[in-house]
Structures are given as structure tokens and as C-alpha cells.
Design a protein around this ligand. Structure first.
Ligand code: NIG
Ligand code: FE
Length: 414
């Protein structure tokens, strides 16, 4: 039995009631805090917390005491959208972008997703695991305590399975919860350039049964976008995934209003992600659903595309999450602190809303909010402690700099 008692917490953030598992629109303004607090973690879970004026009369045997020295304590970031398994960086495209080429120009020139797929197909499972593990370890140091990871740079049965096996190894290797999404429908591989139907059939009839057989994926994803997968393709793919119990989490409306959000909602998607292009119909369809709108502001920032209409979504009482989209092309960064700052600066979310979007709603976008995403008794003790800060808003305000000093995973300082 291990126990950790953290004292002198300047402000304990995110103490939502235990039964709060997701926040819709206006509810996101509420972020319960406790000033001058302590927290007790036992056997990897949060067992109790309170104010320093009211400390527990008895502590477990062999408890480790840690003085937070007036720092703020947060639930770990929950990064619900990443592509961290990849074989090589793509900084040559970064330079093309500086020279004025668009995301579509780069993709059309054989760059983009197909560039990553060519390199991943040649890489061994071990090399892919090692580089992805390094990325995940870096993300954890920056406060991430739960993550979703996608396939989608394989684009063949063998390589998609290889990617998903790497994700399974990451699940086994790290103590944080890891969810896997199957994204073979990320781009049409060159050999199916003129035979889209053939690739859809390959995904449905060959890849999905094998993946289900090995239990390699938790979710079904597709890049629903002009020039990638149409609404009709996406509809069929989500239907096929559902036969194997894979719920959708999809890429929608990144570059244009595509109908992707509505098709996600039709299939009861856990989340529809990106939404840089949003119109009234998108808002209407999400309003009456439980689908989360996951926004990726560091992607908009990095590839210079519009930022999503977070305020419009929240005003319509839609649950909003934010995530990194960490991938080698559109967002080579897994820094959730920067995402929270960008959510405030560019999505005009208030600090409380941005923090809720990056914690409890991020957890909900991975169906993990009964486990992580807030400070509640019985939840996994994945937390971070900052330096002392003048206020909560200081965290996103001090953009590009980390205030984090201590990481706690499963109740242990790591
Ligand atoms: O989420 N939009 C599709 N997929 C990634 C980009 C992938 C890439 O460029 O390699 C994204 O932005
Ligand atoms: Fe993505």
C-alpha cells in the first residue's frame, strides 16, 4: 500500500463533483477550486482532500509527505487526439509552408500523409515504439496524464496493424491510460488512387476483422474532407466499425464544411475533431447530441488555417474539448500547456473553460472521465503541481513557458 500526502497546495483546481463526467457549453465556466489545500493519494487513487485548516487526524502508515509550497495542483491534461506514432519528422514541409505552399499543395506534391506513410512502411515496430515512447515521455513531463493515439500512417493492412501494435505496446509500457483509434481512412494510398472503392473494401473486409480479432483499437476514425474521404465513404466506414464495437471519433471540417460533423453525430460519435470550418448546420446538429466538439488550436496556429468557433459552440451549449493533434505534418507539438494558452488567446475561451476543455472534457472524449480529468475521490491520482502563481489565469497567460514543477502519476511523484 503506497500513500502520498501533498500539503500546502496554494490552489487545488478542478474539484468537480464525482458524478460530473462532462461539461456542456455554459457549464464549462465552472471550475471548482479549493484554496490552501491538501490531498491524500492511496493505492494510486485520490482518497481524500480538504483545506489545511482541516487536516486529517490520522495518516496511513509509511505515507510520503510532499510540500507543494503554495503551488497550484491540477488534474493531468487529457490529450484526446494525437498521431504520435510516426517514422520521421517533416520539416521540409515546414519550409515549403514558409515559402507560401498550402496544406493541399503539399499533399498534392506527394508530401503530407503519404510522405509519412512511405516512411512508416519501411520502419520496424521496435524503432516506431522507441520514438513514440520518447514523444509520450516528453508529453507526460509537460503534464499529460491520459492520451489517445491514432493509426493512419500505415495505409496497408500490414502497416496499420504494425502501428496499432506499437500503440498497444505504449499502453502496456506507460502507467497513464492510452486509447487507440483506427484511422486507415486517413488518405487513399497511391496504389488505390484510381480505385477508392478498392481501399474502402480493404479497410472493411480485411483490416477491420483483423484489428477486431486482436482487440487493437478502441475507436474508429476517418479523415472526412474534400480530397480525402467523402461523407458517403465515412458513413460506410463508421457503419462497418460499429459492427466490431468501434465507436467513432472522427476528423471533420478541418479544411471545409464537409458534412463530416453531421455524419459523426448520426453515428453517435464520441467526438468530432477539428471543426475549423463551422456553420450554423454544424452547431444545430451538435446541439442535441452527446458528441463532443474537440478543437485543436495548435494545428490552426501551425498551418495558418482559421481557428474554430469555440464561443459559438459553447453558446449553443455544446461540450468542447481541446487536444494537441500531435503529428509530424500539421502539428509537431504535444504541449498541452500551449494548447490551453492558444484556447484562451485564439479560441477566446476563458481560462476556466480552457482548463475544463483540456481536462474533464478531454477525458470524456476518450470515455475516461470516470477515471481521470478532475480531482474527485476514487479517481486515478494523475496530477501536476505548478510553481506558486498569482492566479489561475497566470497559467495560460504565461504562454510558451511551463509552470509545472512536479508530476504525480498513479499517486507517485514521477
Ligand atoms: O489531424 N487532418 C488529418 N490528419 C492530421 C494531419 C496529418 C498529417 O499531415 O500528417 C491532422 O491535422
Ligand atoms: Fe488529427
Amino acid at each position: 500500500m503506497s500513500a502520498l500526502y501533498i500539503t500546502n497546495i496554494g490552489c487545488l483546481v478542478g474539484a468537480h463533483p464525482t458524478n460530473t463526467l462532462m461539461l456542456r457549453g455554459q457549464e464549462m465556466q465552472t471550475l471548482p477550486v479549493l484554496e490552501n489545500a491538501w490531498i491524500l493519494c492511496e493505492d494510486g487513487k485520490i482518497s481524500d482532500f480538504g483545506t489545511m485548516a482541516n487536516q486529517p487526524s490520522q495518516l496511513p502508515n509509511q505515507v510520503i509527505t510532499h510540500d507543494a509550497k503554495a503551488g497550484f495542483l491540477f488534474p493531468s491534461w487529457c490529450d484526446s487526439h494525437t498521431h504520435i506514432v510516426f517514422a520521421a519528422s517533416r520539416e521540409e514541409e515546414f519550409v515549403m509552408k514558409i515559402d507560401g505552399k498550402s496544406y493541399e499543395d503539399i499533399a498534392a506534391a506527394g508530401g503530407g500523409i503519404l510522405n509519412s506513410a512511405r516512411k512508416l512502411q519501411l520502419a520496424s515496430e521496435d524503432t516506431l515504439f522507441e520514438s513514440a515512447a520518447q514523444r509520450l515521455a516528453d508529453m507526460i513531463k509537460q503534464g499529460t496524464g491520459a492520451v489517445e493515439i491514432k493509426s493512419g500512417y500505415g495505409l496497408s493492412t500490414e502497416s496499420e496493424l504494425k502501428m496499432l501494435r506499437v500503440i498497444r505496446r505504449l499502453k502496456n509500457h506507460f502507467t497513464i491510460p492510452v486509447k487507440a483509434s483506427f484511422l486507415a481512412a486517413h488518405a487513399y494510398p497511391p496504389e488505390y488512387k484510381n480505385n477508392h472503392e478498392g481501399y474502402i473494401q480493404l479497410i472493411i473486409n480485411e483490416m477491420l476483422p483483423k484489428i477486431a480479432d486482436e482487440g487493437l483499437a478502441d475507436y474508429m476514425d476517418a479523415f472526412c474532407e474534400q480530397g480525402f474521404f467523402s461523407v458517403e465513404d465515412t458513413d460506410r466506414l463508421l457503419q462497418a466499425g460499429a459492427k466490431y464495437g468501434l465507436k467513432p471519433k472522427i476528423h471533420a471540417n478541418q479544411l471545409s464544411v464537409s458534412g463530416g460533423v453531421q455524419i459523426g453525430v448520426k453515428h453517435h460519435a464520441i467526438s468530432v475533431d477539428h471543426l475549423e470550418a463551422t456553420d450554423d448546420a454544424v452547431i444545430e446538429s451538435l446541439k442535441t447530441s452527446n458528441t463532443i466538439a474537440t478543437l485543436l488550436p495548435s494545428c490552426s496556429f501551425y498551418i495558418n488555417i482559421p481557428f474554430a468557433n469555440a464561443r459559438g459552440l459553447m453558446n449553443a451549449n455544446i461540450p468542447v474539448a481541446v487536444a494537441t493533434d500531435y503529428n509530424p505534418g500539421s502539428t509537431p507539438s504535444g504541449n498541452m500547456n500551449l494548447v490551453v494558452s492558444l484556447a484562451c488567446i485564439k479560441l477566446r475561451m476563458r481560462p476556466e473553460e480552457a482548463i475544463n476543455a483540456a481536462t474533464i472534457n478531454g477525458a470524456a472524449a476518450m470515455e475516461l472521465s470516470n477515471e481521470v480529468g478532475s480531482i474527485a475521490k476514487g479517481k486515478t491520482a494523475n496530477l501536476f503541481i505548478t510553481r506558486p502563481m498569482p492566479s489561475l489565469a497566470f497559467l495560460p497567460y504565461s504562454f510558451g513557458q511551463s509552470q509545472i514543477e512536479t508530476i504525480v502519476l498513479k499517486g507517485k511523484i514521477s
